[in-house]
Design a protein around this ligand. Structure first.
Ligand SMILES: Cc1cc2nc3c(=O)[nH]c(=O)nc-3n(C[C@H](O)[C@H](O)[C@H](O)COP(=O)(O)OP(=O)(O)OC[C@H]3O[C@@H](n4cnc5c(N)ncnc54)[C@H](O)[C@@H]3O)c2cc1C
Length: 506
């Protein structure tokens, strides 16, 4: 007998290729593709808090509507709180079950737990966000890994990454007795968001094209170019992976096939393993969205200087690479990984500002803003995370700039007031001779700021504060001021689809 299945697309799986829930539903009978406009994300006040992600999401859902229609199906869009809407639709549409892709975040797991309790039908969650179900890899003692190199070694030695599923050639039409109370996807304008033309295009086709371009133009030189902020040396697939317009498995296998065990393949796949590590870590330690991995950092005496914070946000610290990163974030909703590391380190260590504040700012403006990866990136940079950069390693923004933006072109692009500075001086204009500054049209303190802190002093201050704090007895510490962080309406469960394991990781 045919089964009627609601395939609930939830914003991290906006594709039809390698989509296990969709395949599963189509194999079983009637398919009802669903997207819920939950006010938690789509209320205009909320949507405006994540303008770049929202634009990419709307474009990607729009593209999904088109692809499903081309295959003979239809995406049904319904407005309301997921925890109420989904159980109601199951009853109204007489569905036998709901299938979806699992999320790892703690709030999503809680959301799904509530939905499962209210559903009155089967709720099946498939893997798909990561290469392997988070929580799969364990140390000999059965504990989660806290050292990346060990996690990566075990993943490469033992993981079988299954071959991605092809897209369905056709899908059954949505049954005629469903479809009441449908909504349409809002536009950016309706949500009060101004479209940013500099963002990457969303959608499955655009993601596949990006992957193809990367493999053709940049993948082979990835190890040499990946840290260069001035070159298009990375894949730019992070938003696709975040919204699932392409799956991690698709990227993994495409790179394996194209680069075939070369050092370039290893280097790139290692970054996908970092992605895996961050999701796995958050799965096992959900409290990380609230508190540092290293307990010694609890109650760290961060400072709250609004002027310094504003200078960092708008890109007027006087450190060109840090300013370029800040402006790239606001300008195109993306920051090069090296620039993220320099900029995050600068905020926490040079300015002594709480990493959670930077984390929230990045989550607001990054198109690829992802709870697991962003939190891990910030905790790594602050020195308090799982296998983080040691707290006493402090990036020097000048030497980092000279090394990873040797001609200064990254700075020139994002800090145009320094565009005419020669490469030799562009990363430390305050040390340039007066004649050089004049020739470049730079008036320090007027057209471009002087450094807001002095590197050596800031470094010594952080080291002293951190050393003092870390040697204190944890029990005596007071809690640091709370940074408000948007919380999701809860939802998620733990039914896993058995993964078909056909490929071994390189
Ligand atoms: C402070 C900070 C915040 C970050 N916030 C995010 C975030 O919100 N979302 C996000 O996707 N990445 C985040 N990263 C990781 C990294 O900067 C981006 O994934 C990368 O810059 C995206 O560009 P790309 O797709 O061209 O990367 P590529 O170099 O082409 O890498 C391929 C993929 O591997 C993954 N990846 C690469 N580097 C890392 C890493 N260090 N940690 C985890 N996964 C990685 C990404 O999914 C990326 O798309 C953050 C890093 C730092 C230091």
């Amino acid at each position: 007998m045919s089964t009627r299945t609601i395939v609930w697309f939830r914003g991290k799986d906006l594709r039809i290729s390698d989509h296990a829930p969709l395949r599963d539903a189509a194999d079983a009978g009637e398919v009802i593709p669903l997207f819920v406009l939950d006010p938690y994300f789509f209320a205009p006040t909320r949507a405006r808090e994540l303008p770049h992600r929202m634009q990419f999401l709307l474009d990607s859902v729009g593209a999904l509507e088109t692809t499903l229609a081309q295959r003979g199906s239809r995406l049904l869009i319904v407005a309301g709180k997921s925890v109420e809407v989904v159980p109601r639709l199951v009853r109204e549409w007489k569905a036998d079950r709901v299938v979806a892709q699992r999320w790892v975040e703690p709030f999503a797991r809680e959301r799904d737990r509530r939905i499962r309790d209210a559903l009155g039908a089967k709720f099946e969650l498939h893997e798909g966000e990561t290469l392997m179900p988070p929580g799969t890899l364990r140390t000999g003692a059965g504990r989660p890994y806290s050292v990346f190199s060990q996690f990566a070694r075990v993943l490469r030695e033992t993981a079988m990454i299954r071959t991605p599923l092809p897209p369905p050639r056709s899908l059954p039409p949505v049954p005629t007795d469903v479809g009441a109370q449908l909504a349409v996807m809002p536009t950016c304008k309706q949500l009060g968001i101004e479209r940013n033309p500099a963002l990457l295009e969303g959608g499955e086709q655009a993601g596949k094209a990006r992957l193809k371009r990367f493999l053709r133009d940049a993948a082979a030189a990835y190890p040499e170019h990946r840290d260069r902020m001035d070159l298009p040396g990375t894949s730019r697939l992070s938003a696709d992976l975040k919204f699932g317009t392409i799956s991690a498995r698709q990227v993994w296998t495409a790179v394996e096939d194209a680069l075939n065990g070369t050092p370039a393949a290893r280097s790139f796949l290692n970054e996908l393993v970092w992605r895996e590590f961050t999701h796995s870590t958050l799965w096992d330690r959900p409290e990380l969205l609230e508190s540092p991995f290293r307990p010694g950092f609890a109650g760290f005496p961060w400072q709250y200087d609004e002027a310094l914070w504003r200078a960092w946000v708008v890109g007027e610290t006087g450190y060109p690479v840090v300013d370029a990163a800040a402006r790239q974030l606001l300008g195109e909703g993306f920051v090069h990984n090296r620039a993220r590391m320099i900029s995050a380190s600068f905020l926490c260590k040079h300015l002594l500002i709480d990493y959670r504040r930077g984390e929230a700012h990045y989550m607001k403006y990054l198109t690829d803003g992802d709870w697991a990866q962003n939190n891990a990136g910030w905790q790594w940079s602050a020195g308090c995370g799982c296998d983080a950069q040691p707290y006493f390693r402090i990036f020097n923004p000048v030497t980092q700039g000279e090394k990873f933006d040797p001609e200064g072109n990254y700075v020139r692009r994002w800090v145009p007031e320094l565009a005419k500075m020669p490469a030799r001086h562009i990363h430390h204009p305050w040390e340039a001779p007066e004649a050089v500054l004049r020739a470049a049209g730079v008036r320090l303190g007027q057209t471009y700021p002087r450094p807001i802190v002095e590197h050596r002093l800031a470094r010594e201050r952080f080291l002293a504060v951190a050393a003092q704090h870390l040697k204190r007895d944890t029990r005596a510490r007071v809690a640091s001021p709370t940074i408000t962080r948007p919380r999701l309406d809860p939802s998620q469960s733990d039914v896993l689809s058995p993964g078909v394991r056909t490929r071994k990781a390189t």
